[in-house]
Design a binder for this molecule. Structure first.
Ligand SMILES: [Zn+2]
Length: 431
């Protein structure tokens, strides 16, 4: 939101200039404020702004969520998102900014909102201001409750948020048990739609596919990403979206081609194991990115042969998101039933290096775990919980109950969705 804070600072700067002018007894027209005074004042302003950010300061985050009827899936996911620092800060900061905007400013923004060439950042604030009945402010409100500095309530009731969410996504109506991963996808999509910086660019069905034969892979990928960002650009995209590359190799004519898809989570298969016990996250990733043979019936059209041919397909990560959501796909749907895998999958808490699944020579791409969504029980009788990390360690979130856990208790065969944040220690160049 650089634009919005820019507006703020500018306004404050103007006010500051007026104050300086009046205190010095100078007329505005004749005011000659030296650059150094302005600089010092501006720094002061920034410090004040920083302090105000501190004031927003937060509690421990160790607050539970009430189960309002089969809503453990929601509680677990919200806790995980609430402990994804960049999203938390964004949500908390927005609710803080709401209060700072006067009606005049809202009106101004309304004007901007209606004009076609709108600076993107003003959207968010405006939408937050005018749409209290939409899930984004309701979501912010839940997070504000969870991070309340007074820790007054030890339990937050997500009822309002949930009912707004269900209104927006009727699929989730009713009080039956839902899949946490599915809920996460719908929620992120809904939040994104509401704060999309480009809400008026309509998706126009199937667009003619661009041919990039003369481009290098990275250029092709960048062009596809740019195209995506022209329609879908929000804080959610900034944080959670990555780009997946699927490369096809025709077995008949040896033609190579690539397609690029945006992802908000990686859904990984779990390798089958005998009684030998667990597998590692790396093995799941290897299986995910392993070359796969496609027969004629399942392969896309080869551009050169101009027909369906046998081919091989390989998935890799072309663009890494800030937060990578890894879904351990424990549920397998067969023709007759859904079964759940309870294989133990071990995963690193820090320094998960995904570099080898990225573009060639992209170097290490490191992530640290910040939250785990667990699923216990069977397909039909399951329960979701979360383990989340904060500054003081890890806690186990089981609806309204919150208990500290040690790091060696985190890895269980119930781990279902893992939330990893890109670690700050590395500055990897994106290709
Ligand atoms: Zn071919």
């Amino acid at each position: 939101m650089p634009g919005a804070s820019g507006v703020n600072v500018e306004g404050s700067c103007d006010a500051l200039c007026r104050t300086l002018v009046s205190q010095n007894g100078l007329q505005r027209e004749t005011a000659d404020i030296s650059q150094s005074v302005l600089y010092t004042s501006l720094m002061g302003l920034l410090l004040v702004a920083d302090n105000e950010k501190e004031h927003l300061s937060i509690g421990s985050g160790r607050v539970g969520l009430r189960n309002i009827g089969n809503t453990c899936f929601l509680n677990a996911v919200v806790q995980c998102l609430s402990h994804t620092r960049s999203l938390r800060d964004y949500s908390l900061l927005m609710s803080y900014r709401d209060e700072k905007f006067s009606k005049e400013e809202a009106k101004l923004m309304e004007g901007m909102f209606l004009s076609p060439a709108v600076p993107s950042a003003s959207y968010c604030v405006f939408i937050f201001l005018i749409a209290p009945g939409l899930p984004v402010p309701a979501f912010s409100q839940v997070l504000s409750g969870l991070w309340d500095v007074n820790d007054g309530d030890t339990v937050v009731n997500p009822r309002q948020f949930y009912s707004m969410f269900k209104e927006a996504v009727p699929y989730f109506s009713g009080y039956s048990q839902q899949d946490a991963q599915e809920f996460l996808r719908f929620l992120l999509d809904k939040l994104h739609t509401e704060i999309n910086r480009r809400p008026y660019i309509r998706r126009t069905g199937k667009e003619p596919e661009q041919k990039f034969a003369r481009f290098r892979i990275s250029e092709e990928a960048a062009a596809m990403w740019k195209k995506h960002m022209e329609r879908d650009d929000s804080r959610i995209v900034d944080l959670f979206s990555g780009q997946l590359r699927s490369s096809l190799h025709c077995s008949v004519c040896s033609h190579y081609s690539n397609t690029f898809d945006v992802f908000c989570d990686l859904s990984l298969p779990i390798p089958k194991r005998g009684s030998a016990g667990g597998v590692t996250l790396r093995e799941c990733l290897d299986l995910f990115s392993q070359e796969e043979k496609l027969d004629k019936d399942n392969s896309p059209m080869c551009e050169r042969c101009n027909r369906h041919t046998e081919c091989t397909k390989r998935l890799s990560i072309q663009r890494f998101p800030q937060v990578i959501v890894i879904h351990l796909n424990r549920f397998t749907t067969s023709r007759w039933s859904i079964s759940k895998s309870t294989v133990y999958v071990s995963f690193p808490l820090t320094d998960l290096d995904l570099g080898c699944y990225g573009p060639v020579d992209c170097g290490p791409v490191l992530y640290d775990l910040c939250a785990i969504c667990n699923h216990a029980g069977t397909v039909n009788m399951g329960h979701y919980t979360a383990c989340c990390s904060d500054e003081n360690g890890w806690c186990f979130y089981n609806d309204s109950s919150v208990t500290p856990v040690s790091e060696n208790q985190l890895q269980t065969n119930q781990a279902y969705v893992l939330f990893y944040q890109r670690s700050n220690s590395t500055t990897t160049v994106r290709k």
